[in-house]
Design a protein around this ligand. Structure first.
Ligand code: TXA
Ligand code: MG
Length: 349
């Protein structure tokens, strides 16, 4: 398939380009578009055949449901059975933005979107390009993160193009994503609401608005006979090709441990990379080292993480050692992605 790559200037968005992409959505095509979290792989959410093409392009298992993206709160009512009281508060506070809410689905939402579930995930992105694309399409856009299933989500145009060129109709290239991690997924069909995936909106911020929320136990490790409430959580995720280890503990012990592993791996000829932070870059002597950012600014670390995991793969390292970060605020989502990327290989020191 021929993929058209269309550059969009964020400072001066050309509406004609957006209208063109909306036309592709309306004719059943697939458009990769930027959102504030990660890039999305989008199709007309009310067109079953188009949605099926998304699963195929991404190599996504059919039992993992998709998020429907809307551009205005008014579009919600026809997609869901009811809007619980909590939802109004959450939407007022966090929409548009990186919060996905789970509702009971209405009859017009195709089963292929929800993978047969009675619930549907809905989000209203704040990225103006995403918002204009949905508005011009006049349909909800179904979109998973724009990456081959299992890989880190696409947060910069170059990696998105690498993964999806030849598999989609259009890629809207608007540079790097602002948040860099996916949206928070919150189930509000139950009381108290259940957090299914930490993300761009922090738990602290949610609790300020909705009171107590429950953290789904699938956030940790599921035993093999447990069925996760969010099907996406059972899959290996966000994984680069290299083996990832997360080193967790007091910072000086983390640094010593990483240096110790580097020495051992060096002796064995295992090519090892380090994802460090600005504060620790000078503590390692190793060729493949990248900084995730300032430890005191977890937002920067979130923004860089997926891109850096992919850059380590481009350097063909066998092992990536990652410094754990404080799991406050968006750091909780960063640690969640690191646990998944590493397949729970956490080294506590
Ligand atoms: O930031 C984001 O959310 C990005 C951008 C493109 O919007 N999208 C994204 O989509 O990350 P995806 O498909 O990669 O992740 C959606 C997650 C999956 O873990 C899926 O299992 C869960 O949401 N999900 C979708 N529908 C659900 C439902 N009805 N009930 C429970 N979980 C659901
Ligand atoms: Mg994804």
């Amino acid at each position: 398939m021929e993929t058209e790559i269309i550059k969009i200037d964020r400072k001066n968005i050309d509406i004609e380009k957006i209208k063109y992409a909306a036309g592709v959505i309306n004719s059943g095509g697939i458009v990769v578009f930027p959102t504030e979290t990660v890039y999305g792989l989008g199709a007309n959410g009310l067109n079953e055949e188009a949605v099926r093409k998304v699963f195929i392009a991404k190599g996504r298992p059919q039992d993992n449901p998709l998020i429907l993206h809307i551009s205005h709160k008014d579009e919600l009512s026809r997609l869901v059975k009811k809007i619980p009281p909590d939802a109004h508060k959450l939407m007022t506070e966090f929409w548009p933005g990186p919060l996905t809410l789970i509702f009971e689905k209405s009859g017009i939402v195709p089963k292929v979107i929800t993978a047969g579930l009675d619930t549907v995930a809905i989000r209203m992105p704040r990225d103006p390009i995403a918002n204009m694309l949905i508005r011009e399409s006049r349909v909800p856009i179904a979109a998973p993160s724009a990456n081959i299933s299992g890989k880190p989500s696409g947060t910069d145009a170059r990696h998105v193009i690498e993964d999806l060129k030849g598999k989609v109709d259009v890629i809207l290239d608007a540079g790097d994503s602002e948040v860099g991690l996916e949206s928070t997924v919150l189930d509000i069909t139950v009381q108290p609401p259940v957090l299914l995936r930490p993300g761009g909106v922090t738990i602290e911020a949610l609790e300020r608005v909705a009171g107590r929320i429950i953290i789904d136990k699938a956030m940790g490790k599921l035993s093999s006979n447990e069925i996760p409430r969010s099907p996406g959580m059972k899959y290996r995720h966000y994984s680069p090709d290299a083996d990832v280890y997360v080193i967790n503990g007091e910072l000086d012990k983390v640094v010593s441990k990483i240096n110790e592993i580097l020495a051992v791996n060096n002796g064995k000829g295992i090519k090892t990379g380090v994802l460090a932070t600005d504060q620790t870059m000078c503590k390692y002597v190793v060729e493949n080292i990248l900084s995730m950012g300032d430890r005191n600014c977890p937002e920067t670390i979130a923004r860089n993480l997926f891109r850096l995991l992919r850059e380590m793969d481009e350097r063909h390292v066998d092992v990536i050692l990652v410094e754990a970060v404080d799991s406050k605020g968006i750091g909780f989502a960063v640690m969640n992605r690191l646990k998944k990327a590493s397949g729970q290989k956490i080294v506590n020191v």
